[in-house]
Design a protein around this ligand. Structure first.
Ligand SMILES: Nc1ncnc2c1ncn2[C@@H]1O[C@H](COP(=O)(O)OP(=O)(O)OP(=O)(O)O)[C@@H](O)[C@H]1O
Ligand SMILES: [Mg+2]
Length: 416
């Protein structure tokens, strides 16, 4: 009897803490909010890297976290994963406060930092075993998980190699593998596909789509087509502030614009029609500008056969019929007409263009002023951007590590 009482006492004593702690978890989770940032602010000296950032990510959502370089994406992710502390505001992950309950938060997340810190002297297998040990995984569970992870991350031929001998892309794969080892319900992935080759990029995005069905994923990337493939929702940050948050269709419709491209023959007219001679560019532009629903008309560069224009109209309207009627009534020859719905990339550019201009030392512009420039530069800019994104990703790793150390120092002081 005495033994039974002693055992009961031990059991109650051991489970008491757990019961008390269990309550807030359940309350926190009853809302389905897996990630909650509330007024997050991060200052480095006088510089504000994050300014009152608030958002929620619900269970099962795959959210694209977008923004230009230096927007504050990694900073937000580091706060959510307990690597650095916020200067102001609060954040909860899986119902736990990132400041008060960092160990519980870390159990629930898989985090791939932008530059994953890895131990170069370990082999890939040793490193992943080490991560699994730290995560408290049983050997059998680890081996079972590894089958899937090796396939998804394309690591089958690299398991025995030392990490220091891996190429940058393969290190990224190992970083992704360590984030998945414990099969966490929440994944926070900071540019998981940067430096991967196109095959591997596609493989990782496919995997994210697949696991996103039952997990919560916050994914930062500069590749907007990846967001269109994998995410139903996006959050766009710029200079430390949220400038858009919502389903992709809503974000695409955010600028409220749709583009039309119209080309009219420069030398010929419609035979038997009212026009005696081909129109000048000014004539066509003036006529297009008068159409109801047209907000701007910008001439596009073209060969000497056609006058080409880009028109902007309301997102929910369609004025192709009016454009056609105008051209028929004038007796001009229509060479091309197409309507282009707003792309995520256009909205991204529109929402962040002034920050981009400030970075380049160019004057800030109003929406309409920028139309002509944007239209003319469109194609060239796309190419430039791809290149600069690659350059950026080749940044020296040691710089990043230093930053991380410094900010950790900062935080220790703050916490201390
Ligand atoms: N340790 C630090 N000390 C000072 N400033 C910092 C530190 N870490 C980040 N910053 C600044 O905070 C801002 C946000 O940086 P962050 O790394 O979050 O940007 P990001 O959106 O992830 O950009 P990228 O797309 O280039 O990865 C930048 O201006 C950056 O220079
Ligand atoms: Mg970053």
């Amino acid at each position: 009897m005495r033994l039974w009482r002693t055992l009961t006492w031990f059991y109650r004593a051991a489970t008491k803490g757990a019961q008390v702690r269990a309550l807030p978890k359940e309350v926190g989770l009853s809302t389905d909010v897996m990630i909650e940032a509330n007024g997050l602010t991060k200052r480095y000296g006088a510089f504000r890297a994050l300014d009152k950032v608030s958002f929620e990510v619900h269970r099962g959502e795959v959210v694209g976290f977008l923004g230009p370089n230096g927007a504050g994406k990694s900073t937000t992710m580091r706060i959510l994963t307990c690597f650095i502390s916020a200067t102001g505001g609060t954040a909860r992950v899986h119902g736990y406060d990132v400041f008060d309950d960092p160990l519980e938060v870390r159990k629930k997340i898989g985090y791939l930092p932008q530059r994953a810190p890895l131990y170069g002297e370990m082999s890939v297998w040793e490193y992943l075993t080490f991560v699994a040990d730290m995560r408290g995984l049983e050997t059998a569970t680890f081996k079972k998980r590894m089958k899937n992870i090796v396939e998804v991350c394309g690591l089958a031929t690299s398991l025995g190699k030392d990490i220091r001998d891996l190429s940058h892309g393969y290190r990224q794969r190992v970083g992704l593998a360590q984030a998945l080892v414990h099969d966490p319900p929440i994944l926070i992935l900071d540019e998981p596909t940067s430096d991967l080759d196109p095959n591997e990029k596609a493989e990782v995005i496919k995997y994210i789509q697949e696991i996103g069905k039952e997990r919560t994923i916050l994914l930062s990337t500069h590749n907007l087509s990846e967001v269109e493939q994998a995410c139903a929702r996006a959050i766009i940050v710029s200079k430390g502030r949220i400038v858009a948050d919502g389903p992709l269709e809503e974000i695409r419709a955010k600028s409220g614009r749709v583009r039309y491209v119209v080309q009219v023959h420069e030398k010929r007219v419609f035979e038997g029609g009212p026009a005696k001679k081909a129109p000048s560019a000014e004539e066509v532009q003036t006529a297009l500008e008068k159409l109801p629903g047209v907000t701007s008309v910008v001439e596009l560069p073209t060969d000497d056969r056609a006058h080409s224009f880009q028109l902007a109209g309301a997102q929910d309207g369609d004025i192709r019929a009016e454009i056609f009627q105008l051209i028929v009534s004038k007796g001009w020859l229509l060479l091309e007409m197409r309507r282009e719905a707003q792309k995520l990339e256009d909205v991204f550019k529109a929402l962040t263009k002034n920050d981009e201009r400030r970075d380049r030392g160019r004057p800030v512009v109003e929406d309409d002023e920028d139309e002509a420039e944007a239209a003319a530069e469109d194609e060239d800019e796309d190419e430039d951007e791809d290149e600069s994104a690659e350059d950026e990703s080749d940044e020296d790793e040691s710089d990043e590590d230093e930053d991380e150390d410094e900010s950790d120092e900062d935080d220790k002081k703050k916490k201390g």
